[in-house]
Design a binder for this molecule. Structure first.
Ligand SMILES: [Zn+2]
Ligand SMILES: [Zn+2]
Length: 127
């Protein structure tokens, strides 16, 4: 697993278990993901476009709620560690470096349950 250039979390009610829990967000060049810290519901996004773009590119309105976060990340393009703009909707995952405008645009690929250890549940399904 490559080192994530961006790692953060967002506390909200999970679409799956409906519990307010940290949704752990990570991005590596070939994949971005959101995992519920409570139930293990995992959403995986795969890269579509990498480019230097103007603010707001690829952020067309889509289904709601859309998460809008500004965590710190390390840009692979300009090398600066600083604020990144992260926009996550149900179909798209966008990360944009505030310093140089380098944007990763990911598209929703799949979701699965990564059952936390020690819980019965449905078990881990194959991806
Ligand atoms: Zn959950
Ligand atoms: Zn940058």
């Amino acid at each position: 697993m490559q080192e994530a250039f961006l790692r953060t979390s967002y506390r909200t009610d999970c679409y799956h278990c409906r519990v307010v829990a940290d949704q752990v967000i990570t991005a590596v060049p070939f994949q971005a993901g959101v995992v519920c810290a409570n139930c293990g519901a995992t959403r995986v996004f795969i890269p579509k476009i990498e480019d230097v773009t103007a603010k707001g590119s690829y952020q067309k309105p889509e289904c709601y709620p859309v998460w809008h976060l500004t965590p710190e990340g390390s840009c692979r393009h300009c090398g600066v560690t600083g604020m990144h703009e992260v926009v996550i909707g149900c179909r798209n995952f966008t990360v944009r470096c505030e310093n140089c405008g380098f944007t990763h645009f990911y598209r929703f690929d799949l979701e699965y349950m990564d059952t936390p250890p020690g819980e019965g549940g449905a078990g881990k399904k194959e991806v």
